[in-house]
Design a protein. Structure first.
Length: 184
């Protein structure tokens, strides 16, 4: 019987194979923008992952994601969060996008909001798409720090070929970086 932890990690097949993580596209903003888009996403991977480090101007932020330019109420999301000294949960069953960042107000523009988003079986045409992410922000004060765990779904069997990440409150600032990866 294998022992959990470090010893068990030596079991054959328990590690990600070398070469299973591929860079598809990276966007680094030279000026502010309300939307980041990835288009012509190849269907050759099992899953895709987005990693970003986004800077927001003070005044609030809520980044959300849409697939294939679908703006209908085909999305659901929920999250649990811990921010400042508050713990809670929230969500939406019939949304026009999937939320992917904590909602903070008065955030300092020089401290990034970071997120890792996994989109499972994005090219499968027989089931709805699901995602999960972890996001966080810290403005180096005790008033605007948060960590959020998100999950969501897009109620469509279409393969995901494009992704838009949008911030309705304020623009993503210059220096924000978004990277899309394929995972086999």
């Amino acid at each position: 019987m294998p022992i959990p932890g470090i010893v068990a990690s030596g079991i054959s097949g328990s590690k990600i194979a070398t070469g299973a993580f591929y860079s598809i596209a990276t966007v680094t903003l030279g000026s502010s923008s309300a939307t980041i888009s990835f288009s012509s996403i190849p269907s050759t991977y099992k899953h895709i992952q987005i990693r970003f480090s986004a800077l927001f101007a003070s005044g609030g932020n809520v980044a959300s994601m849409q697939f294939n330019s679908d703006t209908a109420t085909n999305y659901s999301w929920h999250n649990i969060y811990s921010g400042n000294s508050t713990i809670g949960a929230q969500g939406s069953a019939n949304a026009t996008s999937i939320r992917v960042t904590p909602q903070l107000y008065g955030e300092v523009a020089t401290y990034p909001n970071v997120s890792i988003i996994d989109i499972i079986d994005y090219a499968n045409t027989t089931k709805y798409k699901t995602m999960r992410s972890i996001a966080g922000s810290n403005d180096n004060t005790t008033t605007q720090s948060a960590i959020d765990l998100f999950s969501g779904s897009w109620r469509s069997t279409s393969a995901i070929t494009s992704i838009d990440i949008t911030n309705a409150s304020v623009n993503f600032q210059s220096g924000s970086t978004f990277a899309l990866y394929g995972i086999n």
